[in-house]
Design a protein around this ligand. Sequence first.
Ligand code: PHE
Length: 443
Amino acid sequence: MKREQWSSNLGFLLAAAGSAIGLGNLWKFPYIAGSNGGAVFLMLYLVLLILLGTPLLLAEMAVGRATRLNAIDACRAIHPRWGFVGAAGVVGAFVILSYYSVIGGWVLKYLFAYMQHSRLGDADAYYTGFVTRPLEPVLWHLLFAACCCGIVAFGVSKGIERISKIFLPVLLLTLIAIGGYALTLPGASQGLRFLFLPDFSQIHSFSDFASILVRAMGQVFFSLSIGMGTLITYGSYLDRKANLQKNAVLIPLFDLVIALLAGIAILPCVFSFGLEPSAGSGLLFRSLPYVFDHMRGGRWLAIGFFALVFLAAVTSAISLLESIAAFFIDHLHWNRIAAAGLSTLGFALIGVANSLSMGLWNSFTLFGMSLFDLMVFLSDNVLMPIGGFFLCILASRIWGFSSMLREISSNGQYAIRFPGALRWILRWLAPAMILVIFAVSLF
Ligand code: PHE
């Protein structure tokens, strides 16, 4: 069977950017930045984005394109004993999907709520009332999961590429409009200051600093979709002639712009309406409805906004689902529909428990965290760094740096920029940094 392929590099770029840009930027970035010191977090995030993000993206795409296989078999093709790196990714993808889809469900709920009502009233109360209900959030989560399943069942270029091409430019414009309005709110400048002016007086000890560092690294991995094999999978459908270096610079750039715009839209309004920036995972849903309820035509902007967040979430979720399904398709020779369906069933069931942990089951905790928070911690702070660490070693040492360079340069077609730095980062700096930050997070 001929392996599917993206129709062009632009198709890949948009799909990979679609994978990177998602709830990680719009929902997670503002709330993680909000609970971790704002601008100090942003500074560390930027440093890690450059030092870890671009090199790891390159390594992942190169492994995928060179082997043209799903994440597990790709790693195994490089060395028969290294399939575990891909396997960790596939497990991680499951874990992420199990909570990602719950938030995706919330987004759908808000979209439909604005279609029915012109205002939501007290956003805080509305949010708490909704997420703690036993049944309703579960149903929205299942609906979200079903949408992703449907798209992946359609296949790579037909389903995934087509969606990403439309929504990214529109998302950008909508965020600019919301951000522009949020900046006119009274007290908005406090939100900007919080996001862009580092306030070191809030950091009292090394452990405060370390915990921000850990969160920043988790966010880089999560937001760029690295360490989970999704880019191995997407890279495996990529044409041999495409310029990987260009992709590895553009993807983080797009991703950063969208995250910053989300921060600029949300944080000023958090301060303007006297909310707490550290309010946690509900921040997006607790803050923006205030903006929508206050502005003229806000309801229509809200509908547009939540529709776009939904698309952003779907294009990321399908990249996760695709990397699970690809394994079943390539390795076990299942057909696409069965592979997508059964993978969805698996993560959707765990998702039900995650959703219930917000309300009905909230007294159940493990290691002091709700099931939902535990899944977030497990993916961002354990599985992704582990995946990233071994990926660096696999690409730069086991496969060999020169083989990787040959793939990145498309067999000499493109000059490699900064090969020395890339080599040093992948062989030494990135693994060491991941290891240290990971150790710090455990203790
Ligand atoms: N990067 C995606 C987001 O920001 C989430 C994701 C993580 C997707 C890991 C794939 C792999 O929403």
